[in-house]
Write a protein that binds this ligand. Sequence first.
Ligand code: SAH
Ligand code: SF4
Ligand code: F3S
Length: 431
Amino acid sequence: MKYYVRTYGCQMNVADSDEMGRHLQARGLIPTEDPEEASVLLVNTCTVRQHAEDRAFSEVGRLKKWKARQSGRKLVVTGCAAERTKAYLENRFPHIDLVIGAKAIEDFGRAVEGLLERRETDEDLEYAIPMSGDRVSAFVTIMRGCNYSCTYCIVPFVRGRESYHPMEHILSEVRDRVAEGAREITLLGQTVNSYHRDGARGRGTDFADLLENAGKVDGVERLRFMSPHPHYMTDRVIDAIAAVPEACEAVHLPVQSGSDAMLKKMLRNYTREEYLALAGKMRKAMPGMTISTDVILGFPGETVEDFRQTLSLIREAQFDWGFIFKYSAREGTPAAAWESYPEGLIEERHQECMAVFEEVSRLKRAALLGTEQEVLIEEENTGRTRTNYKVSVEGNVATGEIVRVRITNSDRATLTAVLADRQKQTEGLEA
Ligand code: SAH
Ligand code: SF4
Ligand code: F3S
């Protein structure tokens, strides 16, 4: 029997999909890339913005036909949107066999057991040795939930309060992923660097300790993490990123807005100046590092002046790149009760903001032209630099290999490069 997983949303959801997949594999199911081969189909949903939820639900609607084409097929809907709208989903789409919300992910094994026992087909379980993930870069969840209450955000509602996995449990998961072939590990959490809240409350290990220990696991070549929160980006954490050789010089640090008035209204717990000071500190500790970010446009009350502050922050912080999100009101969050902007105005701001990001990004990329970089090949000739730039490498390289390259073109977001040694060879031949 085969299963297919469709994942929406963030890395956290990707990691959850992998975890659910491992449960299914332990029961003898085999993953497939083709839904038509699947007897069990998982749709792991996201609800962070309305658009994300709509996309997932229209897929669930379309799957009615998939289900009808073969008897005994099971449709399972999981994740954040499932958590938020369980009752609605069950009523609106009777062809769903099981709804499991994001808070119940850790009970997935048990929940799905009942479902598979209620098998209606005679099809025998095709027992197989659980397939190992073939991912060069793997995710490891270190905490669940979020104790923040950013006024626009639904995540704390659907994922609950923070809970941290014990260090030993995390390290053993890192070892498992490495044994399956991973060379890069990304530690995941909504405020990932709050891990054990810097040893407060008498707990011994903090995020810095975790980085150090995860880096020491045999076979871990690269360590990344998502998403840190500026409030927990302490000197100790910055020092650890700089000191742990495996920790990559790339930090995705969502800022959301460059305006203090907006940051305050969002309850982000830092100011523009504090954020910029942090960016400066990180760059000082790791020259040449990448800093990327998320911004929200059209948050209720965002004036033209607030918006300009976001644009000027993008220039000042010199972001390598950024993701721009149009504000989406989420039912139940405080901001949903505040008056928001017409779509047209947000779209205008979106265009302008994209242009500013692109202007800064282009300069950053131009500086990389001709430099030598270390690239970990993740799939067919493409990989990433330690600083997390995507690079397409010319020449014979194998997935999982770490190669030295020289950047030959940086016009686009995906850089192109040749093998550094080969370049030297050719130069030698020409001489
Ligand atoms: N925990 C992470 C963010 C998780 S959500 C952090 O605090 O950094 C990922 C991104 O989605 C956020 O950084 C934010 O920019 C965006 N986002 C969250 N809620 C949103 C909403 N209601 N409308 C638009 N964008 C939103
Ligand atoms: Fe949402 Fe804020 Fe928590 Fe991030 S820190 S998940 S934006 S509430
Ligand atoms: Fe992630 Fe979406 Fe849930 S962004 S935490 S999958 S709401």
